[in-house]
Design a protein around this ligand. Structure first.
Ligand SMILES: Nc1ncnc2c1ncn2[C@@H]1O[C@H](COP(=O)(O)OP(=O)(O)OP(=O)(O)O)[C@@H](O)[C@H]1O
Ligand SMILES: [Mg+2]
Length: 262
């Protein structure tokens, strides 16, 4: 692996404070190779969204730098697609138009191709029959699916996903986890995915970074593929190695959080 490939997305000594409140400290250093699926796992309020916002260029570190292919991340950029915890779609566009909007900076795609992709991702998230509905007529979970479809349709190289499946029912959530993992491996996307759900983390990740309670620091860096291999199927979920890894991580997380609830 070349240096360039193995140092695709780099957090270099990153800290963040809001006024007097340290949110990321001591400095976080993390090197993410191209094509890796990284899950940030950490308790509520520890600073996960803050880290994502900085990766996306929506916020700047207080010190240190985040680099994508050697270049400091500045303003939001089409190469990085973001899905956040709560999403507001454009109310004046239909569901289909909201999904297509993600491809507005893709002159390489023909109108036909954009239509095809819109349809494909609407199908994928189960919203095909709502293509012509306006966002105020669908549920919050459905709006979240619009956001997911829009980001996937845009075809960004890096997907920054902040608890994107939190509002979905269990079955849709599992389905999208399988699908996201498939898209990521087929299209060699680099993904940072935030969750506080250990099972979701183990199922999706090549690698899990476990963060402490605020201020966020790295507690553990787990190579999931070493234990489970790279292929993820629904059957894997019921397997013993999967269960063991999930339990190990749960115990670690509990131990570091002590008895307090988060
Ligand atoms: N713009 C801001 N100004 C001041 N404080 C902020 C700001 N953004 C976040 N914080 C604080 O930083 C801390 C970390 O917030 P953040 O949203 O990153 O946590 P999180 O890990 O994403 O939590 P959750 O799991 O609940 O989504 C919180 O205490 C939050 O109140
Ligand atoms: Mg958050």
């Amino acid at each position: 692996m070349s240096v360039r490939t193995s140092e695709y997305l780099v957090f270099d000594q990153v800290t963040k404070r809001f006024g007097d409140l340290p949110v990321v400290d001591p400095p976080v250093t993390l090197v993410i190779p191209r094509g890796q699926f990284v899950v940030f796992l950490g308790p509520s309020g520890c600073g996960k969204t803050t880290l994502m916002r900085m990766s996306g260029g929506l916020d700047q570190p207080s010190s240190g730098v985040i680099r994508l292919e050697g270049e400091a991340v500045g303003a939001p950029d089409q190469r990085r697609g973001m899905v956040f915890q709560s999403y507001s779609s454009f109310p004046w566009l239909t569901v289909g138009q909201n999904v297509a909007f993600g491809m507005r900076y893709r002159p390489d795609l023909t109108t036909e191709e954009k239509k095809r992709r819109t349809q494909h991702y609407l199908d994928l998230v189960g919203l095909a029959e709502f293509a012509n509905a306006f966002p105020n007529r669908i549920s919050g979970g459905m709006r979240q699916r619009v956001a997911i479809a829009r980001t996937l349709a845009a075809g960004s190289e890096v997907l920054l996903m902040d608890e994107p499946f939190g509002a979905l029912d269990a079955q849709r959530r599992e389905q999208l986890q399988v699908e996201l993992r498939r898209i990521q491996s087929e299209e060699a996307k680099t993904v940072i995915f935030v969750t506080h759900d250990v099972e979701e983390a183990v199922f999706l990740a090549d690698r899990i970074i476990v963060f402490s309670r605020r201020p966020a620091r790295i507690l553990d860096d787990i190579d999931v593929n070493a234990g489970l291999g790279a292929e993820r199927t629904l059957a894997l979920r019921d397997s013993e190695p999967f269960f063991r890894m999930k339990t190990d991580i749960l115990h670690k997380v509990r131990a570091t959080l002590g008895t307090e609830h988060t």
